[in-house]
Design a protein around this ligand. Structure first.
Ligand code: FMN
Length: 202
């Protein structure tokens, strides 16, 4: 697929068939995602890949069976054969910016020194690359947050302390009965409303 079609055609897919995705394909998606840029080339972005029964374990940790799951707005999301949880390592960024070529920035002092926490910027870039790579291969994918379940996911899958969860990318084959989220109905502002050429005025 050409790049513009991939970008324009990508949508969050929240309903999947049970058809599996080959582990080699998942590796390819992770390989592309890890090529997204990272600040100082820190490469502090990692992927927890959950396939098969491990996806059920993820949902048990984040959406316990019972009333909450019964009322979940996107039951088709739970069928996704692959979940990739994106984690970042803030400490790796602090260490990197303490190295001689970056020390002048002062960002090696600690996470608090970062006005913009680049680990989340980089995690977002990796996530977006993964979404586009999935689309390019004819797969559906959606990103969603872990919200207050980050610690539960950390515990269940042995994620080291210090890593921060960016969120989860569900990947699989589109079931076709998807329902866009209310957010998507907001529409997209015109180009002129978001491009401020030379000066911020409308
Ligand atoms: C940082 C970020 C967080 C998001 N979190 C969620 C989420 O928790 N649950 C969800 O259903 N969609 C989530 N979305 C998807 C957005 O709602 C969606 O991208 C937006 O409505 C536009 O729709 P589209 O991506 O299909 O074009 C998130 C998107 C981003 C970029």
């Amino acid at each position: 697929m050409d790049f513009e079609r991939v970008v324009r055609g990508r949508r969050m897919v929240r309903s999947f068939t049970s058809q599996p995705v080959a582990p080699a394909m998942v590796d390819q998606l992770c390989d592309l995602a890890r090529r997204a840029p990272t600040a100082g080339h820190t490469a502090g972005v990692e992927f927890l890949v959950l396939e098969g029964d491990d996806t059920a374990s993820y949902w048990n940790a984040t959406l316990p069976a019972g009333a909450e799951r019964e009322g979940f707005a996107w039951p088709g999301l739970l069928a996704a054969p692959v979940l990739v949880v994106v984690w970042v390592d803030p400490g790796a960024y602090v260490d990197r910016y303490r190295e001689p070529d970056k020390a002048h920035t002062g960002l090696g002092a600690g996470e608090e020194a970062w006005g913009v926490p680049y680990w989340f910027v980089d995690g977002g870039a990796a996530m977006m690359t993964m979404l586009l790579a999935a689309r390019d291969r004819g797969l559906g994918a959606a990103f969603f947050g872990m919200f207050d379940h980050e610690e539960a996911v950390r515990q269940r899958f042995g994620v080291p302390p210090g890593r921060r969860g960016v969120g989860t990318v569900a990947i699989g084959h589109h079931a076709g009965d998807d329902r866009p989220s209310r957010s998507a109905n907001r529409g997209r502002p015109d180009l002129a409303a978001v491009v401020h050429r030379a000066r911020w005025q409308r």
